[in-house]
Design a protein around this ligand. Structure first.
Ligand SMILES: [Zn+2]
Ligand SMILES: [Zn+2]
Length: 231
């Protein structure tokens, strides 16, 4: 039966693409929502950007001016151009198909992960999952784990439903401090890689990382598709 279901899903996808073909959101070429050529260009143009101050950093997106508890950070790009369009489609226009190119941009940026790495999505608040019909960070995290052949574990949960969009910078930072709790214990000496789509102040990732350290992790990394440029 699962095989039959897969065949049905594939046929449905092919039919959907015949009726509503995708165009590359960067160059306009027909075929996919982001063509491989444009994906390659985005990854090649990648710069190391600090999640907090958005300034360029020397290496690994870690910044000497902005101390963080995570020990590695991966950023695909600033939120602009094709990356911004893809994220907006994915988050606000129910374009579930954007998960694949966005995850692939992260996979190319992150490179090969140690086989013991655990991939952890930043948990999305429930009303946003209901609105979209999918959990966008789960889709990204699952795909990244699958591409690397490593473990996916949704270890974090939100302590309460605190909406972040529209809040001021200081409000966001206060909300983030108490936002996350680990659902279980972490294993020491294993890298935990937290996945999110956008870093606005960097505080969500910082407090998500602290929740994992609190549960016993000794090494926490973070990866985001885009950093929101400062206003
Ligand atoms: Zn293209
Ligand atoms: Zn910085």
């Amino acid at each position: 039966m699962p095989m039959m279901q897969n065949v049905k899903n594939t046929i449905a996808q092919v039919v959907k693409e015949m009726i509503f073909p995708h165009y590359c959101c960067s160059c306009g070429r027909i075929g996919s929502i982001l063509c491989k050529g444009c994906e390659y260009d985005i990854v090649c143009d990648r710069e190391n950007i600090c999640l907090v101050c958005k300034q360029l950093t020397i290496a690994k997106c870690l910044c000497s001016r902005c101390p963080a508890s995570y020990t590695r950070a991966f950023v695909v790009s600033a939120r602009n151009g094709a990356v911004a369009q893809l994220i907006d489609q994915f988050k606000f226009y129910r374009a579930r198909d954007a998960a694949l190119p966005l995850a692939d941009l992260l996979v190319a940026t992150i490179g090969q992960l140690p086989p013991e790495t655990v991939i952890v999505p930043v948990p999305t608040i429930a009303p946003h999952i209901r609105q979209r019909g999918y959990d966008h960070t789960v889709l990204l995290a699952r795909r990244i784990a699958q591409a690397n052949g490593v473990c996916y574990t949704p270890l974090l949960r939100r302590r309460r439903n605190s909406r972040q969009r529209g809040s001021s910078r200081s409000q966001r930072q206060i909300q983030a401090q108490s936002a996350f709790v680990a659902k279980g214990k972490c294993v020491p000496d294993v890298p935990y890689l937290i996945i999110d789509d956008i870093a606005t102040t960097g505080s969500t990732l910082e407090y998500a990382a602290r929740a994992l350290y609190g549960a016993g992790a000794t090494e926490v990394w973070v990866a985001v598709v885009a950093v929101q440029p400062l206003d």
